[in-house]
Design a protein around this ligand. Structure first.
Ligand code: HXC
Length: 259
């Protein structure tokens, strides 16, 4: 499929890579870009060969936010009536395969929110995160006020949302927003290696782990523990569990069949 605002490729046959591609606008997330992103994510989700997806931007910007030019003329009737955000921004949440955000440069506003909707974030040392919407007279609208405090705690989330300041990669790692910080020139190698590792695991266990961690992030502890217990038990009905444990006992590499 031909896309205008993103680039799509596969790596090592098992990893799907989506690159946001509006470099002159610092990958500002226009409505048309978000439609294409949703299409690309769904195509990788449907592709049986793909076990993990990496979402990235340019060296200078993962994404500098929703497209301010496009938003400038919107009215309440436009955004509420058209369900701006929900319709095209949340496709990523329906993807059951892991999505890794490989972030270099600016991840601001909707860009930071998009990164937070991914399953984990690997950051280059030049990455800068922030929710500067307050400076535009609005607030985050794609989950920023909800996912940021869950990731970094109330105090830092308030600081970022109320002052609009940016935090660098080291501060983001200390705060728990990103899983690893790597030199800029190693970012894609690191993200692709993680994605290849994940795509070599049994897919059923990978999906179950993702669902369980999301439960921890989104719901009460007792519900999450019970949800995890049920999926843990259920995985003993899979061939991959037998294969994984037989392989360990026999001191050989497992051959997962994703069943
Ligand atoms: C549209 C954008 C943009 C954006 C940058 N550009 N961010 N266009 N929407 N979010 C454009 C600039 O207008 C400029 O276009 C070009 O990209 C390069 O940007 P510069 O400002 O010249 O670059 P620089 O001086 O390096 O500054 C980088 C920056 C700054 C600090 C990231 O661009 C900036 O503050 N951008 C806005 C960040 C922001 O407020 N994001 C939140 C948006 S609201 P020209 O044509 O002049 O070259 C949001 C709401 C989300 O995301 C709600 C839920 C979806």
């Amino acid at each position: 499929m031909a896309y205008e605002f993103i680039q799509v490729r596969t790596e090592g046959e098992r990893v799907g890579v989506i690159t946001l591609n509006r470099p002159k606008q610092l990958n500002a997330l226009s409505p048309a870009l978000m439609v294409e992103l949703g299409q690309a994510l769904k195509a990788f989700e449907a592709d049986e060969a793909i076990g993990c997806i990496v979402l990235t931007g340019s060296e200078k910007a993962f994404a500098a936010g929703a497209d301010i030019g496009a938003m400038a003329t919107y009215t309440f009737a436009d955004v509420y009536g058209d369900d701006y955000i929900t319709r095209d921004w949340e496709t990523i949440r329906s993807i059951r395969k892991p999505v890794i955000a490989a972030v270099s440069g600016f991840a601001l506003g909707g860009g930071c929110e998009l990164a937070m909707m991914c399953d984990f974030i690997i950051a280059a040392d030049n990455a800068r995160f922030g929710q500067p919407e307050i400076k535009l007279g609005i607030i985050p609208g794609a989950g920023g006020t909800q996912r940021l405090p869950r990731a970094v705690g109330k105090s830092k989330a308030m600081d970022l949302a109320l002052t609009g300041r940016m935090m660098n990669a080291d501060e983001a790692e200390r705060a728990g927003l990103v899983s690893r910080v790597v030199p800029l020139d190693k970012l894609m190698d690191e993200a692709l290696a993680a994605a290849l590792t994940i795509s070599g695991m049994g897919r059923l266990a990978v999906m179950a782990a993702k669902e369980c961690v999301n439960r921890a992030f989104e719901g009460p502890l007792a519900d999450g523990v019970m949800f995890e217990r049920r999926l843990f038990h259920a995985l003993f009905a899979t061939e991959d569990q037998k294969e994984g444990m037989d392989a360990f006992v026999a001191k050989r590499a497992p051959q997962f069949k994703h069943r």
